[in-house]
Write a protein that binds this ligand. Sequence first.
Ligand code: GUN
Length: 293
Amino acid sequence: MILIDGKEIANQIKAEIAQEVKILREERGRAPHLAAVLVGNDPASETYVANKEKACFEVGMSSSVYKIPADTTEEKLIETIEFINNDTEIDGLIVQLPIPKHISANRVIESILPQKDVDGFHPVNVGRMVIGQPCYLPATPFGISMLLERNKIETSGKNCVIVGRSNIVGTPLSIMLSRNNPLANCTVTLCHSRTKDLAKICKTADILVAAIGQCEMITADYVKKGATVIDVGIHRVADSTRKSGFRLKGDVKFDEVAPLTEYITPVPGGVGPMTIIGLIMNTLKAFKGEIYS
Ligand code: GUN
C-alpha cells in the first residue's frame, strides 16, 4: 500500500507556481488576484476560504474575501459578483458553496464571468469541458487528476468507478476521466443513490473514487485488491482528545480499506490540499489569459 501524500505534492506544485508568479509579477507589475465570496458563517466554509486565502499568499498571489451576511438577497449577492466581474485587477472569482437556500446557486454561478470562473462551475466552462475545449477544470477533479499524474498512476484502459454524482466532483470527474487524453481514457462508471449492487460495482474498480458525502461508507467489501482509492470526503467527527474538539474522516473506512489497496489517499492530507492547488492553477491561467484570450 502506498499512501498518496497530497500535502507533499501540493507543496511541490506550490513551489513551482511561486516561481512562475514571481517572474510574472515583475513582468506585469501586479500579482494574480483571487476573490472569494463567502455568504454566512458556516465554520467549515470559513476554514476552506481561509485555507484558499493562505495558499494564495504562499505562492505570492493576492487574495480578497468578500464576507456577506447569510440573510442577504440574491440581488445583492449578484451585485457583489458583478462588481468583482468588472474589477480588471481581479483575475479569479469563486463563491464558496453551499450558499443559503433562499438564493439560487445556479443563478449566482451564472452571474460569474466565465473568464473569471476559476471554480469551473459556470455552464460555459462545464460545456467546454464536456467537448474538450479549453476551460477551467473544477478544482477537486483537477486536483485528483494531478494526484494520479504525479504518482504515475496509469488511467488509460482502467475501470474507474466514481461514487457520487455531484456537480462539483462526481459528474465532472466522470467526464474528465473518460475523455480521450493521456491523463484519462478510463472506462468510467458513475454510481449514485439509486445504484443497485453498489459494492459489487465498486469491486470492479481499478480506480475507485469516493465522493458520496457519507462518513466511512466505503468499507473493505467495496474494494478490489490492488485498487487505487481516492477519498474525496471530509467529515468532522467529535473528538474530545483534540484541541479543536473534532477530527477529520473521509468517505472511506481507511483502516480496513488501506491494506487492500495499491494506492490510497488519506483524510486529511490527500485530495483536500490538491483542491486548493487546482484553484490556484486556474487563477494563474486566468491571469495569463490562457483559457480565454
Ligand atoms: N464547496 C465545496 N467545494 C467547493 C469548491 O470546490 N468550490 C466552492 N466554491 N465551494 C465549494
